[in-house]
Design a binder for this molecule. Structure first.
Ligand code: HEC
Ligand code: HEC
Length: 357
C-alpha cells in the first residue's frame, strides 16, 4: 500500500488525487486511533520502565509530547535500535540513518535522498534536530505527527519499499525486539510500536549548544568578531530572522524564498492545490546548517556561499515570493561574515552525543 501520496515523485495535480490523499490520511488516523482505543492503559508506564527526563537548553520551551507516547528509557532504546536497523527495509539494506546520519546532523549530504536499490527520490533529506517542536512534517507539511510520519519511509518505494506488516513480522521473529517492545509498550512489535518508538527516539534529538548559544548564554569569547558582525547582519540589518526566528531558527511557516520562476516541485501547493501556495516550503531550522549541505528542498544550492549569493541577488520574481526576499547588495566581506555566523550554529555536542549514534 502506498501510504503517502505526496511522498511519491508524482505531484498531486488533480482533485481526485487530493481526495485520495484525504482518504489515505483518514485511514491512517482511524487505524492509529483504533490501535490506541483498544488499549486503555496507554498513559500508564509499565512498571519495568523508567520515565526519561528531557534536558533542555534554558531558552527552549518544553515540547508537546503525546499522552500515549510519554518518553521512557525503553521506548527510546527501542526507537534508536529501529532507527539504525536496515531490517525495516524490504531487502535489509536501508535504515533511517542511511538518509539521516548523526554526523551530518541527521541529513545525508546528497542533493536528493537515495533509497533502496539506489532509487533517487525527489527531495533533499532534512535534519532531524529538534523535530520534537515541529507542528507538522515534510517540506510541504503533509504529515501531522512524528508517529504518523514514521510509517511513511518504510512504505515509500523510493526509501525502504517495504510494508509495515512485513517489518513488524520480522521484528516479532527477533527475541531482542519482542522483549524491548513488551517492556516499552506491553505488546508485541506492530505498527503501533514501530511508529511510537521511532517518534520517541526522534524527540530526544535536541540541539541547542552551539557556539552561538554559548555566546548568548554569556560566554563573550564563544564567537569571533567576524561571527558577531554576521550575527548583527542576520538579526538586525537583514530580514533573515523574520522567517528563521526563535530558538530553532524557524517560524514553521510555508514560505516562497524566490528560488525559481517555475517550480517542478510545487511544495505546499501539492497538498492544498492552491496556486498561492506554489513554491512554498516549510522554513528550515538553521541549527547545524554548516553540516547539512546541499541546501533547499531539492538540494540545488551546494554550499553556504551559494545560499548567501541567492539571498543577496533577491531571487526570482515569482508571484508568491515573500517580499522580504529582495536584493541586498552585500559586500564580499559581509557575505563572509554572514556565512561565518551560520557556521557558529554547529553544535558539536549534538553530533557527538553517544545517545544519538
Ligand atoms: C531514502 C532516504 C530516507 C530514508 C531511508 C528515511 N528518510 Fe526521512 N526523510 C527523507 C526525505 C527526502 C525527507 C523529506 C521528505 C519530504 O519533505 O517530502 C525526509 C523527512 C523526514 C522527516 C520530516 C522532517 C521534517 O523536517 O519535516 C522525519 C521526521 C523523518 N524523515 C524521519 C525518518 C525516519 C524515522 C526514517 C526511518 C523509518 C526515515 N526518515 C527514513 C529521506 C529519508
Ligand atoms: C521569507 C522567509 C525567509 C527569509 C526572509 C529568509 N529565509 Fe532562508 N529559507 C526560507 C525557506 C522557506 C527556505 C527553504 C526553501 C526550500 O526548501 O526550497 C530557506 C532556506 C535557507 C537555508 C538553507 C537551509 C537548508 O537546510 O536547506 C539557509 C542557509 C537560509 N535559508 C538562510 C537564510 C539567510 C542567511 C537569510 C537572510 C539573508 C534568509 N535565509 C532569509 C525562508 C526564508
Amino acid at each position: 500500500m502506498k501510504i503517502y501520496k505526496q511522498y511519491s515523485k508524482k505531484p498531486i495535480r488533480s482533485f481526485k488525487d487530493l481526495i485520495g490523499l484525504c482518504i489515505v490520511f483518514n485511514f491512517i488516523s482511524i487505524f492509529l486511533l483504533t490501535l490506541s482505543a483498544c488499549c486503555n492503559d496507554d498513559n500508564a508506564l509499565t512498571t519495568a520502565d523508567t520515565p526519561y527526563e528531557l534536558t533542555l537548553p534554558a531558552n527552549f520551551p518544553p515540547p508537546e509530547i503525546p499522552d500515549d507516547n510519554t518518553l521512557t528509557d525503553t521506548r527510546i532504546e527501542l526507537g534508536k535500535k529501529l532507527f539504525f536497523d536496515p531490517i525495516l527495509s524490504r531487502d535489509t539494506t536501508v535504515s533511517c540513518a542511511t538518509c539521516h546520519l548523526p554526523s551530518k546532523a541527521f541529513t545525508d549530504g546528497l542533493p536528493i535522498a537515495t533509497g533502496i536499490h539506489g532509487r533517487v527520490g525527489f527531495r533533499n533529506a532534512p535534519s532531524l534536530a529538534n523535530v520534537a517542536w515541529h507542528p507538522y512534517f515534510f517540506r510541504e507539511g503533509g504529515s501531522p505527527s512524528l508517529e504518523t510520519q514514521a510509517l511513511g519511509p518504510i512504505a515509500d518505494e523510493f526509501e525502504m519499499d517495504n510494508t509495515v506488516a512485513e517489518a513488524a513480522r520480522r521484528l516479532r521473529a527477533d527475541p531482542a525486539y519482542v522483549e524491548l517492545s513488551q517492556k516499552a509498550y506491553e505488546r508485541e512489535p506492530n505498527a503501533y510500536v514501530i511508529s511510537r518508538a521511532l517518534a520517541a527516539f526522534q524527540r530526544i534529538l535536541v540541539s541547542g549548544n552551539s557556539l552561538y548559544d554559548q555566546y548568548e548564554a554569556g560566554n563573550e569569547n564563544a564567537l569571533s568578531s567576524q561571527q558577531i558582525r554576521g550575527k548583527n547582519l542576520f538579526f538586525n540589518d537583514l530580514q533573515c530572522a523574520t522567517c528563521h526566528v526563535g530558538f530553532d531558527f524557524t517560524n514553521y511557516n510555508f514560505e516562497n524564498n524566490g528560488l525559481y520562476t517555475d517550480y517542478t516541485d510545487e511544495g505546499r501547493a501539492r497538498l492544498t492545490g492552491s496556486t498561492t501556495d506554489i513554491g512554498k516550503f516549510k522554513t528550515p531550522s538553521l541549527r547545524n546548517v554548516a553540516l547539512t549541505a546541499p541546501y533547499m528542498h531539492d538540494g540545488s544550492l551546494p554550499d553556504l556561499q551559494a545560499v548567501v549569493e541567492h539571498y543577496n541577488s533577491g531571487g526570482t520574481n515569482h508571484p508568491n515570493k515573500n517580499p522580504k526576499i529582495e536584493a541586498l547588495n552585500l559586500s564580499p566581506q559581509q557575505q563572509q561574515d554572514l556565512i561565518s555566523f551560520l557556521e557558529s550554529l554547529t553544535d558539536s555536542t549534538f553530533i557527538n552525543n553517544p545517545k544519538f549514534r
